[in-house]
Ligand binder design. Sequence first.
Ligand SMILES: [Zn+2]
Ligand SMILES: [Zn+2]
Length: 133
Amino acid sequence: MALNRLDVPCWVLDPESSSDDGWHWPDEASAREHLSEDEDRDPKITVRPLPAPCWMVTCDGECGVTIDEEDEYVFHYPSSAEAESDAVGLGWLTTTDGRLFCEDDAPDCATADLARLEQVPGQLTLDGQKASG
Ligand SMILES: [Zn+2]
Ligand SMILES: [Zn+2]
């Protein structure tokens, strides 16, 4: 499965501070542990669960990597559509049968399918990258 949905909602800080923006914890205990590590933190900040489980993107190729596991920070998305569009924006390829591949593992056939997707603003076109010969 290219798009994986977690079993339970993540926990976030409430309100989310700029330094913690986008950070999720798998349960209340680990979120509170993070809070307790910063003694200077505003005591009004608490933790809350997200309304729904997050989505993650995992490569269907050999590496099986999850965005962005290599930097030890896995990206979470509120919907499968956002997860997929972000993966495409990062240069991942999607196939018509719903699989996703990182750039290294992309099969040749996936490129043609990707071309039908809407171009993300600011992204290089595939045609521009294709060298002849
Ligand atoms: Zn999450
Ligand atoms: Zn891969």
